[in-house]
Design a protein around this ligand. Structure first.
Ligand SMILES: C[S@@+](CC[C@H](N)C(=O)[O-])C[C@H]1O[C@@H](n2cnc3c(N)ncnc32)[C@H](O)[C@@H]1O
Length: 234
């Protein structure tokens, strides 16, 4: 998988994550190009613990759906809470790592393009980690419409994403201006891809979601993460 000149950022975004699957967890574990030194790494892990606690307090319940599940960093946190866990990703490489990690016949795996997929069953909880920022701005409303169509009556959503913080990414990744939406990302071997990355402020995002019929309580950790939970207002 290499980026070709005529592939769109949306194609390249999935190609990037497919190729990155084997090295993906280095970002979360602050290893290799993502190692920012002891002090910033411990800030990262402290912020991650805040989000994990908030997710436990939220208590995902019932039929849980995780969108863009990746290698399973969050799937394994969701699994103990769920009566049924369904995880979806467009990358078979990510799904294979996720499946090896959770190692449970009780998890249902779906390989699908999130911009084409529609649910065929309702879910009580929908979760997505570090995915909203990769939804192109022009697809924001249709993405939330799809999330809405996933929810059973009384269903709830929890998500976590990145704050605009330069040390959150690899040392050789430049963070664009806050209002930029397409940026360059590279792999350990130097291959380059274009991806979407949209940063949100909690108040502004909660306001936009309110306009779409959602009530969200959104928070930020000290440095790195935006997170929160919500449900439909009607
Ligand atoms: C930033 S990663 C987040 C992974 C995981 N949620 C986490 O927090 O570690 C984005 C994920 O979206 C997946 N992805 C990218 N484009 C996709 C698409 N069009 N449809 C479904 N999944 C996609 C990637 O394969 C990757 O696993």
């Amino acid at each position: 998988m290499t980026a070709t000149e005529d592939s769109t950022p949306l194609d390249q975004q999935l190609d990037y994550y497919r190729a990155r699957a084997v090295e993906y967890d280095q970002w979360w574990l602050r290893q290799g190009r993502y190692d920012r030194g002891a002090s910033l790494n411990s800030q990262w892990f402290a912020d991650a613990a805040v989000v994990s606690s908030a997710l436990a307090e939220f208590r995902p319940a019932g039929r849980v759906l995780e969108l863009a599940c990746g290698t399973g960093i969050w799937s394994e946190k969701l699994f103990p809470f769920a009566s049924h866990l369904t995880v979806l990703d467009g990358s078979p490489e990510m799904l294979a790592i996720n499946s090896a990690r959770l190692n449970s016949p009780l998890v249902q795996y779906i390989e699908a393009d999130l911009f084409q997929w529609q649910p065929i069953e309702p879910f009580d909880t929908v979760f997505f980690g570090f995915w909203l920022s990769h939804v192109p701005p022009e697809r924001f409303a249709s993405f939330w419409q799809m999330v809405r169509s996933c929810l059973a009556p009384g269903g709830r959503v929890f998500f976590v994403d990145s704050r605009h913080e330069p040390t959150s990414t690899a040392v050789d990744h430049l963070l664009p201006a806050k209002e930029g939406t397409v940026l360059r990302r590279c792999l350990n071997d130097g291959r380059e891809f274009q991806i979407y990355k949209v940063f949100y402020e909690p108040t502004e995002l909660a306001g936009r979601l309110h306009e779409l019929g959602w009530h969200f309580d959104l928070r930020q950790t000290n440095h790195y993460f935006l997170y929160g939970s919500g449900n439909r207002t009607e």
